[in-house]
Design a protein around this ligand. Structure first.
Ligand code: C2E
Ligand code: CA
Ligand code: CA
Length: 549
């Protein structure tokens, strides 16, 4: 009867079910409906009836029955054919479901299997009192490969990575491609954190071998965030979120790092989220200001330019420093509209100063690596130049040495386009990023800015002094301008002058000031210099600048 048939169906797997339309107890059609409720069943159902009834057949087929046979006319050949057809359909559906569970590019399981695989592993872990490690992987700077070598090269890289990950894991581990350059590894039967560390190290080791694509040897590293079940959660969604927070931390520590989740990350993520929300409003509500720090000629003591530095006046928290909010704005790409505002404001300020007869011929703005890898950057510059009517040769961009070296190949084109427009390029925080000198010679740059950590130590630390001296000589020999920033004392200034440094920036002269204060600072300093000169007290003019606090 139908009840017994359904019972068997629930407990075993069938390719094909022959179901009599008229059954005692539960009818054939009721039994069929109950069978359709069983999730992911691919069994084909063939109805058998005692009469020829086309309407009935049609209704049943619409409900999902694959065939309809009159049992009074049933021939063995007919039945065989019906079963073979049912079997083919079963295989096809199975294949289709299987394909839906795999990533076409790498043939790894895809995101759809994550929840079930992890839930099963956690349940099993609870029974055996073992842990499950979930390792979330993100390739470092994978976008650069796509951008510079094209998508086919990127695809090949992902395929190689998939093979290496599979080879680095155990049979019982599951490697999943979540999408893009994100992979996840579910490792059951983990005894303690040490086991997970072993696995992370093994993955880093597998990544350290170069990948051969075409005739190019490429190097790639991966950052890993790790969450442990049941300690960090029992729900797949919670575990993935925890691993993602750990990954964020790992990325923050540089390339090729791994990091375990801990609860302090939730607080940090919450604060980040709040800051993101506030940042979104900050542009609309005009909470940003641009301040300008003078750059001064060492030989004449005269102001020769300024660096524009961003300030955020938060309505509740008050002043928030750029070191705090710029990394957040870079992560959610809000740095693009913010950076554009900075450019527009600084360019417009140059024009305003020119109209007010302030003789300033150089203003630098800091560019984030996110801005540099944005294809629209140059057209943004063009628009603002056209809009403000600024002379582009007055403008300078500062790019940190580390940002430049990370993606030298993809940035060179952008730098050339800027220089074609007359804008000069300065390498910020120079000396801290281990640039290769070979590279440096080939780069389209105009200026080196000595990292302020060396200036801070220049008077007390021989190594710092030596580095500062070398950078100055190096710059000169390559025909580049050299500026020292973070100069706070006359002792530092004198030493830098002895080394041949020609430009200075730092609290010794002034902090970064709002535009009006910058203007007053300039006027007062000029007046003071004029008085000093007329008194023939040149020393006073040079070594005792007007301090603005
Ligand atoms: P940076 O480009 O290296 O800027 C120099 C930092 O050193 C500034 O900090 C400046 O106020 C500070 N400084 C200048 N002279 C002295 C000195 O004599 N002693 C000391 N101790 N510090 C001095 P600030 O304004 O807090 O900026 C920090 C960083 O934020 C900047 O470092 C830059 O990387 C970033 N930043 C600032 N404005 C922007 C912007 O508009 N766009 C982007 N992308 N980044 C920006
Ligand atoms: Ca700078
Ligand atoms: Ca700097």
């Amino acid at each position: 009867d139908g009840e017994a048939g359904l019972d068997a169906f629930m407990n075993e797997t069938f390719d094909c079910v022959l179901l009599d339309y008229h059954l005692p107890g539960k009818s054939g059609i009721e039994t069929f409906h109950a069978m359709s409720q069983v999730p992911s069943t691919t069994a084909a159902v063939v109805f058998l009836t005692g009469e020829e009834n086309e309407d009935l057949a049609l209704t049943a087929m619409k409900a999902g029955v694959v065939d309809f046979l009159n049992k009074n006319e049933l021939q063995p050949a007919m039945l065989r054919r019906a079963i073979r057809y049912a079997q083919a359909r079963h295989n096809f559906l199975y294949e289709l479901a299987e394909r839906g569970r795999r990533d076409a590019l790498t043939n790894l399981p895809n995101r759809s299997v994550f929840d079930d695989t992890l839930s099963n592993a956690i349940a099993q872990g609870n029974r055996h009192e073992t842990m499950v490690a979930t390792l979330l992987l993100d390739l470092d700077h994978f976008k650069d490969i796509n951008d510079t070598l094209g998508h086919p090269a990127g695809d090949e890289m992902l395929q190689t990575i998939a093979v290496r990950l599979t080879q680095s894991t155990r049979e019982s581990d599951t490697v999943i491609r979540l999408g893009g350059d994100e992979f996840v590894i579910i490792a059951p039967n983990i005894g303690d954190q040490g086991d997970a560390i072993q696995l992370a190290l093994k993955i880093h080791d597998a990544m350290s071998r170069p990948v051969l694509i075409g005739d190019k040897e490429l190097h790639i590293s991966t950052s890993i965030g790790i969450a442990m079940a049941p300690h960090d959660g029992q729900e797949p969604a919670k575990i993935l979120k925890s691993a993602d927070l750990a990954l964020y931390r790992a990325k923050g520590e540089g390339r090729g790092q791994y990091c375990f989740y801990d609860t302090s990350m939730d607080t940090a993520a919450h604060a980040r989220q709040k800051m993101e929300q506030d940042l979104r409003l900050a542009i609309e509500q005009s909470e940003f200001e641009l301040h300008y720090q003078p750059k001064v000629s060492v030989s004449t003591g005269i102001m020769i330019g300024a660096e524009a530095l961003l300030r955020w006046r938060h309505p509740v928290r008050g002043f928030v420093g750029p070191d705090e909010f710029i990394p957040v704005a870079e992560r959610n790409r809000l740095i693009l509209p913010i950076g554009e505002w900075v450019l527009r404001t600084a360019f417009a300020q140059m024009v305003a100063w020119k109209n007010a007869a302030l003789p300033i011929h150089n203003c630098s703005v800091n560019l984030s690596p996110v801005q540099l890898s944005e294809p629209a950057l140059i057209s943004v510059f063009d628009d603002i130049i056209a809009e403000t009517g600024v002379d582009p040769s007055f403008m300078e961009v500062e790019i940190t040495e580390s940002a430049l070296m990370k993606r030298v190949d993809s940035i060179v084109g952008t730098l050339n386009a800027l220089r074609d427009r007359g804008i000069s390029v300065s390498i910020d925080d120079f000396g801290a990023g281990y640039s290769s000198l070979v590279y440096l010679k080939q780069l389209p740059i105009d200026k080196l800015k000595i990292d302020q950590s060396f200036v801070a130590g220049i008077v007390i630390d021989n190594d710092d002094a030596e580095i500062a001296r070398t950078v100055i000589q190096l710059g000169k020999s390559m025909g580049l301008e050299v500026i020292a920033e973070g100069v706070e004392t006359s002792a530092q200034l004198n030493l830098l002058r002895d080394y041949g440094c020609e430009q200075i920036q730092g609290y010794y002269y002034s902090r970064a000031l709002p535009a009006e204060a910058f203007y007053s600072w300039y006027v007062r300093q000029k007046t003071r210099r004029a008085i000093a000169f007329s008194l023939d007290a040149k020393d006073l003019a040079e070594t005792e600048p007007l301090q603005i606090v």
